[in-house]
Ligand binder design. Structure first.
Ligand SMILES: Cc1cc2nc3c(=O)[nH]c(=O)nc-3n(C[C@H](O)[C@H](O)[C@H](O)COP(=O)(O)OP(=O)(O)OC[C@H]3O[C@@H](n4cnc5c(N)ncnc54)[C@H](O)[C@@H]3O)c2cc1C
Length: 616
């Protein structure tokens, strides 16, 4: 192995381990930025089972920026087919509650509609991974299957990774400037890196049973991504018997049942069919089992996501149940956060100090999400308690307890209300635009005024998205107009570059941005929003959400988070913009000195030259 380390089989700028949502996003974002990238997967193909499916608006915004939104929409089931979330005894049996979810409840739909140009869609992970990886390969990322990451060694100049070709057994090494471990919940990279973790793994066991069955007659009139079965005839332990999840409407499904993690079941095809028939409640439905897998509910996250030149993203650093649909969506956003930073450092436009901001910004997200997703399970305990208040283990008592609720009996009015309340409260496990979009990063990559704090949340921050342009927040969405078309404020930014947004009386920013851009060698796109400008603010929404004067400006980072803002165009505007950008990029007071100091990974290169070199 030592000789392999001395003579790597090849060199690249970034080696990515894993082709899941995190790895695919990382590969695509880096390849689009012209960074030489190799992405590996120990298996022969991307994931074959549906796993994640709820794709939230923030992830959709990322996919728009990465240029894959059309493919995502082509393969996804739209919001309208996701939201009649059913709670019943069996699919064929009594239904006792229903919830409009994923932006379909009129009150909460407003919050999404004001906050984002996108909607929730249902895109099974096996489709998403192919879209991401296909686009990454198309943009020049090298994709290697049957290639297992074994271990790494890092030094001041780079990382040597030891890989195994699983077809030939051959072992070899690869040298890269950076290594990114997006290798999932059992991450070898995170383990070898010795990242500190909080929480526990393997708290509850669950099955994933993928099958085909035409369930149209039971679901078409109440279209949903999820159907929840509570079988009272099983006693409290089995009362929440499982879920049926639409993979393709209405013929392909993923069934989940639960088991004691210390006592995993043996499930052959016959047993899988029996379990699914139990959830459906109609044994006459023909079922074709495709696959059976066991998985675990975890509650664990890393309190640091990187060390030196090695980074981890996605489930490698946060592991939690699918409630609230945050896993894949968060993994995508980790990578989107890291990719522009790596690209700017590798192109010599930023100091490696910028990379510190990755853990500073994304660890608090994991700290918030993991307990929130795991804690959301308590809402289902309340539904169970309302169905069977004595929590009797006797299936007959449990079943009778449910049957009673259907009667003409005043004394059960309170319990029926308790059930309605419990069902209604489960909305916290679905629509959470707040938790999805309210992040306010505080890091070295945000130039926030020292004497100001982000505005406080006026409503529950987990449920309601509350826009602000305070530095560190995602740029708020406003519809802008150009000719006959409209575009979100989010989509005039991004593309791997910094953008300066200004208004009608902010013409002076154009020359200022050019001067700062020339001096620091960092492209800054300037977009003016106002009457007769690049984009019109016909609804007047942008002026409101920008929270700056017409002559003010927002400096938007490549990941479409506000990096800095100026309330108006003052006399010190150029110095202020320069200082803010240099600070975000981790550069010292003088851009020229920084470039000369050798404090960069590589000399600055023009994007075109890099791209040509890459495709040559
Ligand atoms: C039933 C279920 C439903 C879910 N529903 C949702 C949902 O609706 N919304 C949501 O956002 N999330 C959901 N999730 C969670 C989601 O699936 C994960 O959060 C997501 O897959 C994490 O992506 P990742 O890229 O970090 O890791 P993974 O998808 O786990 O990918 C890891 C990759 O690393 C590769 N790998 C691992 N070790 C090595 C090695 N040593 N060498 C080479 N390659 C390696 C693997 O082959 C794989 O390609 C769900 C999960 C489950 C199980």
């Amino acid at each position: 192995m030592t000789s392999a380390a001395q003579q790597p089989a090849y060199e690249t700028e970034v080696l990515i381990v894993g082709t899941g949502p995190a790895g695919g996003t990382m590969a695509l974002a880096l390849a689009k930025a012209g960074i030489r990238t190799v992405v590996i997967n120990r298996y022969g193909w991307t994931c074959r089972t549906p796993r994640a499916h709820i794709t939230n608006p923030r992830a959709m915004e990322v996919f728009h920026d990465l240029g894959i939104i059309d493919d995502v929409k082509l393969y996804a089931a739209p919001t309208e087919l996701m939201g009649e979330n059913v709670m019943c005894q069996t699919l064929a049996g009594d239904e006792f509650g229903r919830l409009r979810t994923w932006g379909n409840e009129p009150g909460r739909r407003c919050n999404y509609a004001y906050g984002t140009p996108e909607t929730n869609v249902d895109l099974p992970q096996n489709y998403l991974e192919n879209i991401l990886l296909g686009a990454a390969a198309h943009k020049g990322a090298e994709v290697l299957f049957h290639t297992e990451f074994v271990r790494f060694e890092q030094d001041d100049d780079g990382v040597t990774s030891f890989l195994r070709n699983r077809l030939t057994g051959a072992e070899y090494s690869v040298r890269s400037k950076y290594l990114v471990g997006t290798d999932g919940a059992r991450s070898t990279v995170a383990a070898q890196l010795g990242l500190p973790f909080k929480g526990d793994m393997d708290k509850l066991g669950a099955t994933n049973i993928v099958f085909t069955a035409d369930l149209t007659k039971y679901v078409e009139h109440r279209p949903s991504s999820l159907y929840w079965m509570f079988r009272p005839d099983e006693g409290p332990a089995g009362i929440m018997s499982g879920t049926l999840r639409m993979v393709r409407p209405w013929t392909r499904w993923l069934g989940t049942t639960f088991f004691d993690i210390n006592n995993p079941p043996e499930i052959d095809d016959a047993e899988a069919r029996r379990l699914m028939h139990k959830l459906i409640g109609d044994d006459s439905i023909p079922i074709q089992i495709e696959s059976v897998a066991l998985w675990a509910f975890n509650e664990s996250w890393a309190t640091r996501f990187h060390k030196g030149r090695v980074f981890c993203a996605g489930d490698a650093v946060h592991r939690h149940p699918p409630l609230k649909g945050l896993g894949s969506n968060t993994s995508v956003q980790d990578s989107y956060n890291l990719a522009w930073k790596l690209a700017h450092v590798l192109k010599g436009m930023a100091s490696p100090v910028l990379l510190e901001s990755y853990s500073q910004e994304r660890v608090p997200v994991a700290e918030e999400f993991v307990p929130a997703a795991f804690g959301a399970m308590q809402h289902y305990d309340k539904v169970v308690a309302a169905l069977n208040p004595t929590l009797s283990e006797d299936p007959a008592v449990s079943a009778a307890s449910f049957e009673m609720l259907k009667g003409d009996n005043d004394n059960l009015t309170e319990r029926r209300q308790q059930l309605r309340d419990a069902v209604a409260a489960t909305y916290r496990t679905f629509d959470c635009p707040g938790i999805e979009m309210n992040q306010r990063y505080q890091s070295c990559a945000v130039a926030a005024p020292a004497d100001e704090t982000p505005p406080p949340f006026a409503q529950d921050p987990e449920i309601y998205y509350q826009p602000t342009s305070f530095p560190g927040a995602r740029l708020p969405h406003a519809w802008l107009f150009s000719g006959n078309s409209r575009i979100s404020s989010l989509y005039v930014c991004g593309g791997g570059e910094f953008t300066l947004l200004t208004g009608n009386s902010g013409a002076g920013w154009r020359a200022i941005a050019k001067a700062v851009s020339d001096e620091l060698g960092v492209p800054i796109k300037v977009v003016t929003i106002g009457l007769g400008q690049d984009y019109q603010d016909l609804y007047g929404d942008y002026v409101r959400i920008s929270e700056v004067e017409e002559s003010g400006a927002l400096l938007v980072r490549p990941d479409v988070y506000v990096g800095w803002r100026a309330r108006s165009l003052g006399e010190t505007a150029q110095a202020d913009l320069r200082a803010a950008l240099a600070s975000i990029l981790g550069r010292n007071a003088s851009g020229h000195e920084f470039m000369k100091s050798g404090g960069v990974e590589q000399p600055a290169r023009k994007f075109d030259e890099m791209e040509k070199a890459h495709y040559a």
